[in-house]
Write a protein that binds this ligand. Structure first.
Ligand code: HEC
Ligand code: HEC
Ligand code: HEC
Ligand code: HEC
Ligand code: HEC
Ligand code: HEC
Ligand code: HEC
Ligand code: HEC
Length: 450
């Protein structure tokens, strides 16, 4: 009897919990913003240009429904650059031109900014590939926008610091990131400059590492003389560009060969799935190199990663020991809670490394945790991209910096143990300087102003 009751209640309870979960997610997406935390931020008007589907509102200052010739005539005076670019484009040059109103609509009070769906009406192949990338999960271009707005720190931090996120992550919500408007030029997208507006800087130094490699140097020396009207296939280019390697054959996807991905966590390169991905890479290098040589080069990358993770785990272990000895000051309960993290309020806990939560490491943490974060997020990722892209000096400097961080972490840890011993002998109970931390830079305050 008792068992039967439990058997009945358990599924009922599970059903309730699941429905409550769904209801919560649905509710949380119903705010002024987008994504999981949409109730906690509102978009600036400029967001309409980064994410037109969700936020664009047409200008109302011009009234009328216009034919294409009129759009061009009037805009020749207002935005001559746009009209000139359009005229020079394949859209403008075609026997059957694609006019302004094909993309923007004809009613000037209800203009639209074209989303990938609009381009997809005529470019099914590219749009279809682009959409299909979602099955590779994160990171990928098609999911980039949700990745940004669903990051806790996007909501926790003041808008002035995080507005840039959506600009780069808008690669998901409009098609004019690699072939810029209004030329929409395939040749432009084949060159590395098309990618580095977003793919540069410390967490993803693709720009820096590519241009320091043998491939990048060749591009710099000779690229201006290459015929960029040719597709990215074997025999057409002497050295590869970003798109040659990551969008081979013009496939509108960047995640389909990715093995180490962003570089944030350790992966096992020997699983059967990863060996398939690796084979695809080797085949690609094989356009210009002996495949066996390419395989060896990529094995060097795996070895570099193994070394990096040995250093990172060593640092993580030190931090975890400090945590169990209660020596991270201020301790989790003595910091302002992360506003978007309700788990953190219920169960305040210092979180160390990828599996315990990335956002926590960004702010309101003690110096030793910050050192670990810099080591993991900047030095490690720099070393990875250097190894992936063939920038040997970058591998060396990344590992030198990681070793230096590890030294610093060890020194600080031993100081903390020493301090704690001294305090115990003197029977002093340490008190955290609450005041300073609770007024930290990223607190509840921001929520009210986002
Ligand atoms: C009589 C002149 C005139 C005609 C005709 C005209 N426009 Fe405009 N358009 C403007 C002006 C002026 C603006 C800037 C409005 C503003 O910023 O308030 C503008 C802005 C735009 C914008 C930018 C909107 C934004 O939010 O930034 C687009 C897109 C646009 N026009 C497309 C078109 C299309 C498509 C047509 C034809 C169907 C067209 N225009 C016809 C005058 C014109
Ligand atoms: C192939 C589609 C396409 C065509 C054709 C096209 N546009 Fe655009 N236009 C775009 C896209 C994409 C954007 C950027 C939207 C965004 O930022 O989200 C844009 C943005 C604009 C803007 C506002 C942004 C800015 O740079 O100031 C204006 C104005 C504009 N277009 C005018 C025109 C005019 C005039 C024509 C015709 C001569 C035209 N467009 C033809 C796709 C097109
Ligand atoms: C109404 C149909 C239509 C729409 C909408 C449209 N295109 Fe096109 N596009 C074309 C046609 C047709 C061509 C080929 C023109 C030719 O060569 O004759 C083309 C060519 C292109 C090319 C190749 C240019 C080159 O240098 O080879 C690119 C890139 C492109 N479009 C991107 C876009 C993007 C991005 C959008 C959305 C902002 C878009 N198109 C919207 C019809 C369209
Ligand atoms: C407008 C900004 C922007 C441009 C331009 C851009 N990307 Fe990206 N790219 C991103 C963002 C943002 C992500 C990370 C998406 C996420 O968070 O999931 C990304 C992710 C990637 C990834 C990682 C995929 C994975 O599975 O690890 C590759 C590879 C990539 N891009 C290649 C390119 C190449 C090649 C170009 C140029 C042809 C390019 N990108 C142009 C913004 C951009
Ligand atoms: C300069 C352009 C740029 C800016 C600004 C930017 N990102 Fe990114 N972001 C990228 C690129 C490129 C990648 C992918 C790197 C890779 O795979 O190597 C990425 C990756 C990510 C990832 C990891 C994706 C994953 O699935 O692991 C997250 C999360 C993210 N960004 C969120 C943000 C947030 C939040 C902000 C603002 C605080 C931001 N980004 C600002 C370009 C940018
Ligand atoms: C990450 C950069 C990037 C983004 C984002 C991007 N493209 Fe492209 N696109 C390229 C590259 C690179 C090529 C040249 C491919 C080649 O050489 O075969 C290209 C070529 C094209 C072509 C010409 C194909 C041909 O064979 O002539 C069209 C059409 C096109 N893209 C449409 C789109 C549409 C639609 C979107 C949005 C869904 C989009 N692109 C987004 C990089 C990009
Ligand atoms: C010679 C081919 C080649 C060129 C050129 C190249 N990459 Fe890569 N890239 C790689 C390889 C190989 C990896 C590591 C892939 C792995 O093991 O997962 C990588 C990794 C990446 C990643 C991490 C995500 C992933 O797919 O693993 C991004 C983002 C990236 N490259 C962007 C760029 C950008 C942007 C450029 C141009 C500035 C560029 N790459 C040039 C081969 C190349
Ligand atoms: C489109 C042709 C092309 C592709 C594809 C290509 N490479 Fe290269 N690579 C070159 C050229 C050309 C050089 C310069 C060779 C020289 O210095 O004589 C080079 C140089 C190198 C070097 C410098 C060492 C050396 O022997 O000169 C490495 C390492 C390298 N490539 C690795 C790769 C890897 C790994 C891939 C695939 C992820 C790849 N390449 C894809 C053309 C290519």
């Amino acid at each position: 009897m008792r068992y039967r009751l439990i058997l009945l209640i358990l599924p009922l309870f599970a059903l309730l919990a699941v429905s409550a979960g769904f209801a919560y997610v649905h509710w949380s997406k119903g705010g002024t913003g987008t994504g999981l935390y949409s109730r906690y931020w509102s978009p600036d008007p400029v967001q309409g240009y980064w994410d037109p589907d969700n936020f664009y509102q047409s200008v109302k200052s011009v009234e009328g429904v216009f034919k294409a010739a009129l759009c061009i005539q009037c805009h020749e005076g207002i935005t001559p650059g746009i009209v000139a670019d359009w005229r020079a484009s394949r859209h403008g040059q075609s026997d059957n031109p694609v006019y302004c109103n094909d993309c923007h609509g004809s009613d000037h009070q209800h203009l639209r900014l074209p989303t990938p769906e609009v381009c997809g009406n005529c470019h099914q192949k590219q749009h279809g590939e682009f959409k299909d990338e979602a099955r590779y999960g994160f990171p990928s271009h098609v999911l980039a926008m949700e990745r940004a707005v669903d990051a806790k720190h996007f909501v926790d931090k003041p808008k002035g610091e995080v507005q840039s996120c959506v600009q780069c992550h808008s690669v998901a919500t409009k098609c004019d990131s690699c072939h810029t408007r209004h030329r929409f030029d395939a040749a432009e997208a084949r060159r590395p400059e098309a990618c580095i507006t977003c793919h540069s800087g410390p967490p993803h130094p693709d720009d820096e590492t590519y241009f320091a490699s043998a491939h990048g140097k060749l591009y710099l020396a000779e690229g201006n003389d290459w015929d960029w009207s040719k597709p990215l296939t074997k025999g057409n280019y002497k050295a590869p560009t970003c798109a040659y390697c990551h969008m081979d054959g013009g496939r509108h996807q960047v995640a389909h060969k990715s093995l180490w991905k962003f570089g944030l966590r350790e992966v096992n390169p020997h699983t059967s799935k990863n060996q398939v991905l690796r084979k695809n890479w080797i085949k690609l290098c094989g356009d210009c190199h002996e495949q066996e040589k390419a395989r060896q080069w990529l094995t060097e990358l795996d070895q570099e990663r193994k070394r990096a993770w040995q250093k990172l785990y060593a640092a993580e272990d030190i931090l975890k020991d400090l945590r169990s000895d209660n020596l991270l000051q201020p301790a989790a309960g003595e910091r302002p809670p992360y506003p978007m993290d309700w788990m953190d309020r219920l169960w305040p806990r210092e979180r160390i490394g990828f599996f315990e939560g990335q956002a926590s490491a960004f702010y309101n943490v003690s110096a030793i945790e910050r050192d670990y974060f810099e080591m993991w997020y900047f030095d490690n990722l720099g070393a990875y991209k250097s190894a992936a892209h063939g920038n040997q000096a970058g591998v060396e400097s990344g590992h030198r910096k990681m070793a230096a961080s590890l030294d610093r972490i060890e020194t600080k840890a031993s100081e903390l143990y020493h301090l704690s011993d001294t305090e115990q002998r003197a029977e002093i109970t340490p008190e955290a300087s609450h005041e300073i931390w609770m007024k930290g830079a990223y607190t509840d305050y921001n929520r009210k102003h986002n």
